[in-house]
Design a protein around this ligand. Structure first.
Ligand SMILES: Nc1ncnc2c1ncn2[C@@H]1O[C@H](COP(=O)(O)OP(=O)(O)OP(=O)(O)O)[C@@H](O)[C@H]1O
Ligand SMILES: [Mg+2]
Length: 357
């Protein structure tokens, strides 16, 4: 399978901060790469380099075989981008925004009108379509921006947190759009804080932190890295935890852990079904009545936590139990990321949309 995106040894520094520190990634044509990482990991910087908006300090990257620096102009007509912050013209209506982008892609007037109508329907924007975007809610703007990224039906699409701020219905609609695009042969690089989203949509996941790749693989491979399945024994009394841990030592394929309040023992196991049967017998033989016993695979959330020491979105609506966001020491959070391009961005400058203007 040929590669639609190849990045090798990308670096980008902002003062003392290495936003990208030798990052290499590759995405097969017609597949989805989910780029994950805690706040400040370098996700947006990666997207901006690959979508020609930002020149790397060193390293190389190609998209559709074209160099993101030297072939930037040609490349811009082939790719779609929806940045982390919606970039729509507030004075124009949703319909006008879409028609403007279509025209920038040199589509004829009639085709531009048709495409705008299609996308307005697709993104549930028919009702507000003829009001200026300035009066839209955040989620509505986000949808206009996403629709703009899809105007030209690009073969490679970069979506930076495409579903952040969308309500559950719009998120599902977005997932459908993404699945359709990929079924149609598009290649997608998406960043997300919703691990469940990456699990659903991405063929492969790259986890980055401090501008470096720290793990890469299919969602299943990443889960396997954390040691296959886990048996979880819920206890009525914390006092039983040491006894249960002792009883199950022979089943464990890794370190047994006990929850902070002592009422849950977690045992990594190799063969879940067998371990479950044996485990129940051993607990029974130890004279303990558990409150519950289950075997499950680690969630992507646990993988993420184990890899980066940080959890993903604090309030991912469908991503299982929520946990707080931790920013690793020395990594400034999003507040430190200016929305405007930094001085050295200006050479390559201007958003894809503006370039074609
Ligand atoms: N224009 C800039 N000027 C100065 N520092 C920057 C700039 N852009 C990014 N950085 C820094 O580079 C690092 C990576 O930022 P980036 O925006 O790529 O992270 P991210 O993974 O997208 O984070 P988030 O999840 O918060 O969106 C951060 O430490 C950030 O502060
Ligand atoms: Mg970002």
């Amino acid at each position: 399978m040929s590669k639609a995106i190849v990045a090798e040894g990308l670096t980008k520094r902002y003062g003392d901060v290495a936003a990208l520190d030798g990052l290499s990634i590759a995405v097969d044509e017609g597949t989805v790469l989910g780029l994950l990482g805690p706040n400040g990991a370098g996700k947006t910087t990666t997207v901006r380099v690959l979508s020609t908006l930002l020149r790397p300090d060193s390293g190389t990257a190609t998209v559709n075989g074209l160099d993101v620096v030297s072939d930037a102009r040609r490349l811009r007509t082939m790719i779609g981008l929806s940045g982390q912050y919606a970039a729509v013209d507030e004075d124009l209506t949703a319909r006008e925004n879409l028609e403007m982008v279509s025209r920038l892609y040199r589509m004829g007037r009639k085709r531009s009108r048709e495409r705008a109508t299609e996308l307005l329907e697709r993104f549930d924007l028919v009702e507000p379509a003829d009001r200026p975007v300035g009066g839209y809610s955040g989620g509505m703007r986000r949808r206009v921006d996403l629709a703009c990224a899809l105007v030209a039906q690009p073969s490679v699409l970069f979506l930076d947190e495409p579903t952040t701020g969308l309500d559950p219905r719009s998120r599902i609609a977005m997932w459908e759009v993404i699945s359709e695009l990929v079924a149609g042969g598009s290649t997608l690089l998406l960043t997300t804080q919703y691990l469940e989203e990456a699990d659903q949509l991405a063929d492969r996941i790259a986890v980055i932190d401090h501008g470096q790749l720290i793990a890469d693989g299919t969602p299943d491979q990443l889960k396997d890295r954390l040691g296959g399945e886990r048996m979880e024994i819920a206890l009525h009394a914390a006092a039983d935890a040491p006894e249960v841990s002792r009883a199950l030592a022979s089943l464990a394929s890794g370190e047994i852990t006990v929850s902070e309040d002592g009422t849950e023992v977690i045992v990594p196991v190799a063969n879940g079904a067998e371990a479950l049967l044996d485990g129940v017998r051993l607990i029974d033989a130890a004279g303990v009545r558990p409150a519950g016993v289950q075997v499950r695979r680690p969630s992507l959330d646990e993988v993420f936590l184990a890899l980066t020491g940080a959890s993903a979105a604090p309030s991912a609506p469908a991503a299982g139990p929520a946990s707080g966001t931790v920013t690793p020491p020395g990594v400034p959070g999003q507040a430190a990321v200016p929305e405007q391009a930094g001085p050295d961005d200006q050479e390559v400058a201007v958003a894809v949309k503006e370039t074609i203007r």
